[in-house]
Design a protein around this ligand. Structure first.
Ligand code: ACO
Length: 324
């Protein structure tokens, strides 16, 4: 049996940090009212990183990938699969994964993007795991990277305060020892309207609405229900109990969602990795960013059982159980 193990992780965050107070002051110049206290109380977010105009998704992704390769002690030319999860690609095509491959100075392996919005990293990790188990790849780079600031309507205070930019990456390698031991992916396309950026470019013009739109309360309810069921299902599939989990690394959308989730699953708050106070919601990047923070600060150690969960537009959701 060939397993896929996470052998390294890395992250990249744009250098510009915007606090809630700074954002509130900027919005106030356009008569849009918000405050640090509203944002912290409703979401847990205190600040976000915002990319400069030249910092595209592929640049963030390539920098996170380099950090992950360094951490894993793997040379770029050992990589035979690159999957980038993103909803904010540089181009319609080529894929961001191909741009990352070129940025790393390698060629020949497979490279493609996965689009499942905030569930994207979990979808990409499950895909890379399947490639490695099927012996179609041996060493994979799996990256979540987003510049969500580029699709926000900065006049909509209900959404523009929630998101940030960034990238996280892991190196996944074939192993005889168990690594990823469970994966569940789900979608319900009938809920497409509760969270979408329903625009595109056609015939040289923007068609539809290119900005992110969200029914926050509908997303909140679905996220808690979907993630609770998904966590239980992936544990049953892997033959482990929820109480065996050392760390929950959930998509960082809203601290209230995470509090509801941990309570429902009976996972103590101390076992939940939370980075959204510093990063805000970075969509597909949020899970690998949080994983990298907790690996580097020593909370997540080799041998620990980690449950990673994503949920987002589509509507999509999923869980990965990994022995580190
Ligand atoms: N600052 C101040 N007031 C605001 C702001 C803001 N930034 N945004 C909205 N308000 C106001 C609203 O206008 C409304 O005012 P009103 O009562 O006068 O009409 C009031 O605050 C309450 O608005 P609600 O939308 O009902 O606020 P709610 O408590 O639902 O919080 C939130 C909104 C934070 C978005 C919440 O619904 C939520 O967390 N939903 C989960 C969705 C989420 O986290 N999405 C992230 C992306 S999706 C994903 O990653 C899965």
């Amino acid at each position: 049996m060939s397993y896929a193990r996470i052998i390294g992780s890395g992250a990249y965050l744009p250098s510009r940090v915007v606090s809630n107070d700074e954002l509130a002051a900027e919005l106030a110049t356009r008569q849009i009212e918000t405050s640090d206290s509203w944002i912290v109380e409703r979401t847990g977010i205190k600040q976000r990183h915002i990319a400069a105009p030249e910092e595209k998704t592929s640049l963030l992704a390539t920098r996170a990938a380099r950090a992950a390769l360094d951490d894993a002690g793997v040379a770029a030319d050992e990589i035979d699969l690159i999957i980038v999860a993103t909803s904010t690609p540089d181009f319609v095509f080529p894929s961001t994964a191909c741009l990352v491959q070129a940025g790393l100075g390698i060629k020949g392996g497979a490279a493609f993007d996965v689009q499942a919005v905030c569930s994207g990293f979990v979808y990409a990790l499950a895909t890379a795991d399947a490639f490695i188990q099927a012996k179609r790849a041996r060493v994979a780079l799996v990256i979540g990277a987003e510049v969500f600031s580029s699709i926000l309507d900065w006049n909509d205070r209900g959404t523009c305060v929630l998101f940030g930019d960034g990238a996280g990456a892991v190196v996944l390698k074939a192993s005889d020892e168990p690594g990823i031991i469970g994966a569940r992916l789900n979608a319900d396309g009938s809920q497409m309207n509760i969270l979408c950026a329903a625009g595109n470019v056609a015939h040289g013009k923007v068609v539809g609405d290119p900005f992110l739109r969200m029914d926050g309360q509908a997303v909140f309810k679905l996220a808690v229900t979907a993630l609770t069921r998904s966590a239980r299902d992936v544990c049953i599939e892997a033959g482990v109990a929820l109480t065996d989990i050392d760390w929950l690394v959930p998509h960082q959308a809203n601290v209230r969602i995470l509090n509801f989730l941990s309570k429902r699953l009976g996972i103590p708050d101390e076992k939940v990795i939370i980075t959204l106070d510093k990063h805000a919601n970075t969509s597909a990047a949020s899970v690998p960013l949080a994983l990298d923070v907790a690996r580097r600060d020593g909370r997540i150690k080799p041998g620990h059982l980690v449950l990673m969960q994503g949920v987002g537009g589509g509507f999509t959701w999923g869980s990965i159980l990994a022995r580190m």
